[in-house]
Write a protein that binds this ligand. Sequence first.
Ligand code: IPM
Ligand code: MG
Length: 340
Amino acid sequence: MPKIVTLPGDGIGPEILEPAVGVLQRLVDGVEVEEHVFGGASIDAHGTALTDEVLDACKGADAVLLAAVGGPKWDTTDPNAPRPEQGLLGLRKGLGLFANLRPVRPVPALLDASPLRRDRIEGTDLLVVRELTGGIYFGEKTRTADSATDVCTYSREEVTRIAEVAFGAARRKVTSVDKANVLETSRLWREVVGEVAQGKDVPLEHLLVDNAAMQLVANPSDFDVILTENMFGDILSDEAAMITGSIGMLPSASLGQEGDPGLFEPVHGSAPDIAGQGIANPLAMFLSTALLLRHGLGREDEARALESAVDKALDQGLRTRDLGGTASTAEAADAVLAAL
Ligand code: IPM
Ligand code: MG
């Protein structure tokens, strides 16, 4: 039986994870679910956002389902204080999750929920492939009272393996996003991606990140796969989320070596402002569960069934507050379960 480690984390995390586990149990007979504290909750309990025990449990699972981490309680500029986000970064590094996949596909029923005009976003179906264990996130950091540095490093090997993922996922083209007019890491990135592209039958184009940010709202349907480094991918995927109407809709999969456990989580955060009220949108959590079914357990049929159930519930009028409606988390979960 597959074993899933769940990490509810902080804020709205526990309340959106609970119905997702219900869906998982309904779709996968006998699935074993093991929950662990993580993020701010783990700082409170153990003084660190990710304990060795939890990392080991994740390594031993078939897949990890994570809700969200962070909150004002643990926000600090003190460089020595533990931060919830360190748990997420530690998990990504510890599990070797170098490939972050963030599909952006507006649901037909939500075309008018996006702040962008319907005619701009109609037909959008893109995938952000974000490098997740390198770049400025993981380079050396220094700090004195008056200055600070964050080093951005990429190796040929790191760029090659993420570019391979992007070409493997592309149907029409790969758009590689960098800042090669300024950054040395970007010039290496561009060179290596160009080499990987040779011998593939998918065309490659290069965009500078500032231009990509503009094109993403001007012509989102023009993109297929956006391949980019860690920090640019972080920023562009939040921007792309608004094409779907709400960041509460966007799932993600973080994958490492073939056969190793992947991590599945919504792109949104822990939304401390609405935590504990039972009004959070659980749909990105459900769609992340669908990605877990597809990429983590190889259950394509169940993944599609869950994605269709989300579409159908929205079609039938389901709207949480972030989508301009009044449905609670529990009502949203019931609507999806009914459609399943
Ligand atoms: C994300 C988040 C994380 C990131 C934070 C919470 C560390 O914004 O997954 O996009 O920057 O990668
Ligand atoms: Mg982010």
